[in-house]
Write a protein that binds this ligand. Structure first.
Ligand SMILES: Nc1ncnc2c1ncn2[C@@H]1O[C@H](COP(=O)(O)OP(=O)(O)OP(=O)(O)O)[C@@H](O)[C@H]1O
Length: 470
């Protein structure tokens, strides 16, 4: 094998033997000329079709009504695999154009690979199985995205809570934008889920996005998605944004007050036009989402200081609901604490603990800067520190910041000595609380004071029971 002529001879032999193999493998073969008239048909195909006389010269459709060979001639494009109906049977076929020496289409050849589509069953059933798995995964994801909470889970008997639930139920029936206002941990997200669950959109997704927890540079992609190949880097795949994921359902925009002005402008446009444009795409997509926005910041003041667009504020502030902090509704604390103790007992597989009246008094006296989330974390810590079935005032004081250092029963520690993790926890907590107080709750500035990023401040706040997303 050393000359071009040898290689060419080998190629020609390969072409010929490929065609012989195909003929051998298949159950029928036919060739047509450029006018779609039969030029040749093998004996197997004739037997399959029940053709007795010589078919040459007849238009292909006279013998095979559903033939697509004429289409192959017209387009010059092969049809590598297809199903063709013949009477009550289905043939699995391959169709290829035949090219002349000058490259023009001079006819076409068709092979019937199998005369029964059942031969394809293993492939089809594998495809069907994959399709089923995909739809199951999608259904599970949709289930996951359903709201997890209803109004009955929003505990409290205070007048404030009753009014919040009344407003929430009414808002659920309307499709208008809801703005939830209130300190961190007051239950704004729970309320948003309850509104969604009571609305006509309940069977559609509930998608939450925390504006403060996502780095500014990624927010736009997170919101609006990314078109395939939008970046030249490694990530060239198509990614759906939260607006697409929430389509037909509810999009919960938490910490909306932390959104940058440029993104506010984009969000406003989406709310006005109900259309989004994925990053790197020049096509707009219509979206149908109900927006529920929330913030722990004073949006009105942000508008005054030109940190928040007035037009966006008015668009969001259609149905405002303010959730008061826990310290302003101490009558709710006992029922919420009981519910939390029940939940923790279920989670840990232990019998539920009870609170002595004096323990409830201590809970009512504390001012709960982290609200219900902090109450949850506090009770969780008490449960981790003691096995006592009845929780006393001392148990509670022992874990509250600035507590008397009273040890929960069962911890044999020297007076004054505390576990290092607890000391560090308290120190970190007070540093963060002080920074937030100094900046009036503005997380970006508090993070700067503490010398950490906004996202990691957020993470620390969550784990210390001070922040969002608990
Ligand atoms: N009234 C309530 N009854 C029962 N659980 C509550 C109530 N309010 C809040 N919670 C619970 O407290 C925790 C914090 O609530 P949630 O995350 O809804 O607060 P948030 O106001 O959205 O906080 P952030 O502003 O920090 O995002 C959650 O575990 C929630 O289930």
């Amino acid at each position: 094998m050393d000359s071009d002529a040898d290689y060419e001879a080998l190629r020609q032999r390969a072409v010929q033997s490929l065609s012989e193999h195909l003929e051998g493998m298949c159950v029928g073969a036919v060739t047509v000329d450029r006018n779609g008239r039969i030029a040749w048909m093998d004996e197997k195909y004739k037997a399959l079709l029940g053709v007795a006389e010589d078919p040459r010269g007849r238009p292909i459709e006279e013998l095979i009504p559903n033939s697509m060979l004429r289409h192959v001639i017209e387009t010059g494009q092969p049809m590598p695999i297809d199903l063709m109906d013949f009477g009550d049977r289905s043939f699995v076929v391959i169709r290829l154009p035949l090219l002349g020496a000058d490259g023009s289409t001079i006819g076409a050849i068709g092979y019937v690979l199998f005369d029964r589509a059942e031969y394809l069953r293993p492939v089809v059933s594998k495809y069907q199985r994959l399709q089923e798995e995909l739809s199951r995964a999608q259904a599970e994801l949709a289930q996951e995205r359903r709201a997890k909470y209803s109004f009955s889970q929003f505990i409290g008997t205070s007048e404030a809570v009753r009014e919040i639930k009344r407003l929430g139920r009414r808002a659920a029936q309307m499709d208008s934008t809801v703005l939830l206002l209130g300190e961190t941990g007051t239950g704004k997200e729970l309320l948003a889920q309850a509104i969604h669950a009571a609305s006509p959109r309940a069977s559609r997704p509930f998608v939450g996005v925390n504006v403060a927890a996502i780095p500014e540079t990624l927010l736009e992609a997170e919101f609006f998605g990314v078109a395939p190949g939008a970046y030249t880097g490694a990530d060239r795949r198509h990614r759906e944004g939260k607006f697409q994921l929430a389509n037909g359902g509810t999009l919960f925009l938490d910490e909306i007050g932390d959104m940058s002005l440029p993104l506010q402008a984009k969000l406003l446009r989406v709310l006005q036009e109900r259309e989004i444009e994925p990053l790197g795409s020049n096509k707009v997509m219509r979206v149908d989402v109900r927006i529920i926005a929330a913030t722990s910041r004073d949006l009105h003041a942000l508008v005054r200081d030109k940190q928040f667009r007035a037009d966006l504020y008015y668009r969001l502030n259609v149905v405002p609901i303010t959730v008061p902090p826990l310290r302003e509704r101490p009558e709710d604390i006992e029922s919420i604490a009981d519910r939390i103790l029940e939940q923790l007992a279920i989670q840990q597989g232990t019998p539920p603990r009870e609170l002595l009246e004096s323990a409830v008094d201590v809970l009512r006296e504390y001012d709960w800067p982290g609200n219900v989330r902090e109450l949850y974390n506090t009770l969780e810590r008490v449960m981790a520190l003691t096995d006592a079935p009845i929780l006393t005032a001392q148990h509670i004081r022992g874990v509250l910041p600035g507590g008397q250092g009273a040890r929960p029963a069962g911890l044999p520690l020297q007076a004054g000595a505390r576990p290092l993790s607890e000391v560090l926890h308290d120190a970190e907590r007070s540093a963060i609380a002080a920074a937030l107080e100094a900046t009036g709750g503005v997380k970006a500035r508090a993070a700067k004071l503490l010398g950490i990023s906004r996202a990691s401040l957020y993470e620390r706040m969550v784990s210390l029971g001070l922040g969002a997303n608990g």
